[in-house]
Design a protein. Structure first.
Length: 695
């Protein structure tokens, strides 16, 4: 008897039916010949479907043992309060702690507790359960708001009012209005004067650009020396063989996947030879990139292949810069979906398995990092990953394996998002939140310690220790990724304990200040070039600027305020340099005025001496948008004192004055929409995301 269904489908179907099957049925199933894989074929035999795809055949015709849920002890039954801190089953952390034979894997599968129930389970089981968004109230305490993983550049109306009360003037509001006017003007000019960046963005090129061989070699060499070690998804040997072929011109004209990949690689390398631009539609790199964009729709809806996936990945990497940052999510998410449909996430016996592995893990790191940074859900299912992380010599710097480190941090960000920042995370109790934060802090520290000391975040950044600009960039990116994760965990900790001043909050305030300082101290090593990702060039520096701004104006007499003010001005200088480097297309020097406002406030505050009646001090009850309601119990915290409208913090010497960090804004307007202004729009592209999409 023979079936032609895919082996994975049969395996899952048989596995699901074995629990309730009779012994006679099991014997019959075991004796079947499934896609010509007989019972006695041996461990290396494959069914026809897996053999065609080059996948490892995982079908096993044995009876799995299942534990009866009714007989599980209470200690094994998962519960929301006693389950794993990160919301998923624990697995052995070392390979030598378990035997990875087939039998042992089945034991692990049956002994591991089920994952925690998700909020969607409640919605399905009980129609009375209300819907929930991440911006609505959680059950941590009454009227709390979700704190996302994304960086902070958002000013709600309530936050603007609180800053106005604190400063005693409307300087911040006026500054934000000016930034908003700049953003609106850029969009209006785009609609009035549509250029090639919009009208021809997705058009297929009538004629392919002619690139001389010497120029082509120059661009390709720059790509493989500067970008490939960071995103090593290509096989350099195979790429070199193809561009050296006598049929290169015919391949470019006849293969859209290869043509899109080839021209994107040239566009990426061109940026290192004055071909890049901070504005879309300008520069030689745009002419090359536009060729690839012209083939994007055919690649998206056509037959999926490894070459097409690599073309999408290359286009996603190019879109990390300023000029096409509105396309990064589109390409990265598409690459992640295609990679899973092609089963690059699974082990393979195909001849090109190493290329498949490296392509998947580059996509994985990109997608997980982007999702966490933007506070979005990842489209990659971690529980369905089985392909090993390859060791790629081009991405190994001494004893630092960059791809492995990037994959490890991406996995950490995925776990942090699931357990702390997802919709189901709003189901956590306060104690559960703290347990999970402790777990994630431990995992982050473990990751940090795994980095060689030369590249390790938290250690002095010594640029002279790195060999070349690419190695320096990888070290810089390692530091920035780490500090961004620290900021996200600290913000959540401060939000949960904003009515207390315990050791957690004290440590979190110091940690978030140190993370912001570290980011600003690293700004001098950033290349002010079009090829630098906007995440490093603008978004994280902007978050660091706002963190120090809040710390300064809420702690004007703290001994660290002088240093924070100096670093604020360094950040302002960074954004002024950015405006100069972009030729004024990004008017970011306006952000330097935050440092000016902070310094004037501190100067005025200290000039008043002990007379604080002239300096409005925000009260947590009146000005904190996330303050407790009347039914909340009062807080007797020595640091914050009683929350009354006429409260003024007691005088304290600078040596004993604790740090204060304001509560995070409530971003929700009641209908799921956001009210206020996001300063990161200043660095957004002038092209709307949804313009003229052909697919």
């Amino acid at each position: 008897m023979s079936f032609t269904f895919p082996s994975q489908f049969i395996y899952k179907t048989v596995q699901a039916s074995l629990r309730d099957a009779t012994p006679e049925v099991i014997v019959d199933l075991q004796s079947m010949q499934v896609t010509q894989k007989s019972k006695g074929s041996g461990p290396d035999a494959k069914c026809q479907n897996c053999q065609k795809r080059g996948d490892k055949c995982v079908f096993q015709a044995y009876r799995r043992k299942f534990r009866d849920a009714a007989n599980l002890s209470p200690s094994v039954t998962p519960s929301r309060d006693k389950a794993d801190d990160i919301g998923s089953p624990e697995y052995p952390s070392k390979l030598d702690e378990c035997d990875l034979s087939t039998g042992t894997q089945s034991i692990l599968a049956q002994d591991s507790p089920d994952p925690l129930p998700l909020y969607v389970d409640q919605l399905i089981e009980d129609h009375r359960v209300p819907g929930r968004t991440r911006y609505l109230e959680t059950i941590v305490t009454h009227h709390d708001s979700y704190i996302g993983s994304a960086s902070i550049g958002y000013f709600s109306e309530s936050r603007i009012r609180a800053l106005t009360n604190r400063l005693g003037h409307t300087g911040v509001e006026c500054l934000l209005n000016r930034i908003s006017a700049v953003v609106n003007d850029r969009y209006e000019r785009h609609h009035e004067q549509k250029g090639p960046a919009t009208d021809k963005l997705w058009q297929k090129p009538e004629n392919l650009p002619v690139v001389e061989e010497a120029t082509m070699r120059l661009y390709v060499n720059s790509y493989f020396s500067q970008i490939h070690p960071v995103y090593p998804f290509l096989d350099p040997v195979k790429f070199e063989q193809r561009i050296s072929s006598a049929s290169l011109a015919a391949d470019i004209a006849g293969d859209i996947h290869w043509s899109a990949l080839y021209h994107t690689i040239l566009a990426l390398g061109c940026q290192y030879h004055d071909g890049g631009s901070f504005e879309p539609g300008k520069g030689n790199s745009w002419k090359l990139y536009q060729v690839a964009l012209g083939f994007a729709s055919d690649i998206f809806i056509g037959a999926e292949c490894l070459g097409g996936l690599q073309a999408i990945t290359a286009m996603a990497i190019f879109a990390l810069n300023f000029s096409y940052m509105h396309l990064d999510s589109l390409f990265i998410k598409q690459a992640a979906c295609v990679a899973q449909r092609m089963r690059l996430n699974a082990a393979s016996d195909a001849a090109d398995k190493h290329t498949r592995y490296r392509t998947f893990w580059v996509i994985y790191a990109l997608e997980k990092t982007l999702s966490f940074h933007h506070g979005n859900t990842s489209v990659i299912m971690d529980s369905d990953i089985g392909c090993p992380v390859p060791t790629i010599p081009e991405s190994v710097f001494g004893d630092y394996n960059w791809l492995t480190a990037a994959a490890g941090l991406a996995r950490f960000l995925s776990r942090a998002y699931e357990s702390l920042f997802s919709i189901s995370a709003t189901w956590n109790t306060e104690a559960s939140y703290y347990r999970k934060i402790d777990t994630m802090n431990s995992l982050l520290e473990r990751w940090r310690q795994s980095i060689p000391i030369t590249f390790r975040p938290g250690e002095p950044f010594r640029a002279q220790s790195f060999h070349g600009s690419c190695e320096t960039f990888i070290a810089l990116q390692t530091h920035f990724y780490y500090h961004n994760a620290c900021i996200a965990l600290c913000r959540l900790t401060l939000h949960l304990g904003r009515y207390s001043d315990g050791p957690r909050q004290v440590a979190a305030r110091k940690a978030i200040m140190q993370a912001a300082r570290s980011i600003i101290e690293l700004l001098r090593y950033i290349d002010m070039e079009a090829y630098t990702p906007v995440y490093i060039l603008a978004h994280l520096p902007l978050s660091a600027l706002f963190i120090l701004f809040d710390l300064v104006i809420h702690n004007p007499t703290h001994p660290e305020t002088a240093s924070n003010l100096a670093l604020l001005e360094v950040a302002g200088g960074h954004f002024s340099r950015l405006e100069y480097a972009t030729g004024g297309s990004l008017p970011s020097s306006v952000l330097a005025e935050f440092a000016y406002i902070a310094r004037n406030f501190v100067r005025t505050y200290r000039a008043e001496g002990n007379d604080r009646s002239n300096i409005p001090v925000p009260t947590n009850a009146a000005n904190d948008p996330l303050s407790r309601q009347d039914d909340s119990p009062p807080s007797a915290v020595p640091f914050l004192g009683n929350e009354t409208n006429d409260y003024r913090p007691p005088l304290a010497s600078p040596d004993t004055l604790p740090l204060f960090f304001p509560a995070i804004d409530d971003l929700d307007a009641g209908d799921g929409s956001l009210t206020g202004f996001d300063v990161t729009d200043l660095f957004g592209t002038s092209i709307p995301f949804d313009q003229n999409l052909p697919f």
